[in-house]
Design a binder for this molecule. Structure first.
Ligand SMILES: [Zn+2]
Ligand SMILES: [Zn+2]
Length: 206
């Protein structure tokens, strides 16, 4: 029931914040430890991570260290770890505990098996955050017109207004360019510029 409530809580966070990435990694463990025993040693746990600044909401399966019922360390499988220098050791209530680290990130830790996890995942929350920010920036860039910085659809090079403006400017140039000498002609109603008109007239007269 507790797990269900946490799931519900995290779904709320996920839908409430939007834009965040949600990475769920499957595991094949079943925590069979007697919950009346005091937890101590290494366990494999599911870590729900939430960064309120970036909206990143991720799930990891990682080994943790527990000392006398208190969480002391989360081991990232890149060799790094998060330990009690970054959070106040939270006590496990059954197989679950939660805490906020010194940077304001929220963690919910649920033990799923005794001992270390059987496989490694190489993504840390920092990496996940970085990817989420990059993705967001890429999307913003794709949807920004490089000329006026207004919004555009990602499959267009420039926005609708800038495209119309460029078309008008192109038409304007064509209307005022003499096809004979490339010089400027008065308007689209004339075929050639004044000089060329005179030249052509003289040629005809000769
Ligand atoms: Zn534009
Ligand atoms: Zn001309």
């Amino acid at each position: 029931m507790k797990n269900f409530l946490y799931l519900f809580f995290y779904s709320l966070l996920l839908f409430g914040c939007g834009g965040g990435s949600n990475t769920t990694r499957d595991y094949n463990y079943e925590f069979t430890g007697d919950s009346s025993d005091v937890l101590d040693g290494e366990y494999c746990a599911e870590i729900e991570y939430y960064n309120p600044d970036t909206g990143t909401n991720s799930t990891y399966t990682l080994p943790i260290e527990v000392s006398d019922g208190y969480l002391t360390r989360i081991k990232w499988s890149n060799g790094g770890w998060l330990d009690n220098s970054h959070f106040t050791e939270p006590e496990f209530d059954g197989d679950t505990t939660s805490f906020t680290d010194d940077r304001g990130n929220d963690y919910t830790v649920t033990i799923i098996s005794d001992g270390s996890c059987g496989y490694t995942s190489y993504i840390t929350p920092e990496e996940d955050d970085r990817r989420a920010i990059e993705e967001q920036q890429r999307k913003e860039q794709e949807e920004t017109c490089p000329i006026c910085y207004g919004s555009k659809s990602s499959y267009e090079e420039i926005c609708y207004f800038c495209e119309r403006k460029q078309e008008r400017e192109q038409q304007e140039i064509e209307d005022h360019t003499c096809p004979r000498c490339g010089g400027r002609k008065f308007s689209s109603f004339e075929d050639y510029c004044d000089d060329c008109e005179r030249d052509l007239k003289e040629e005809n007269e000769w």
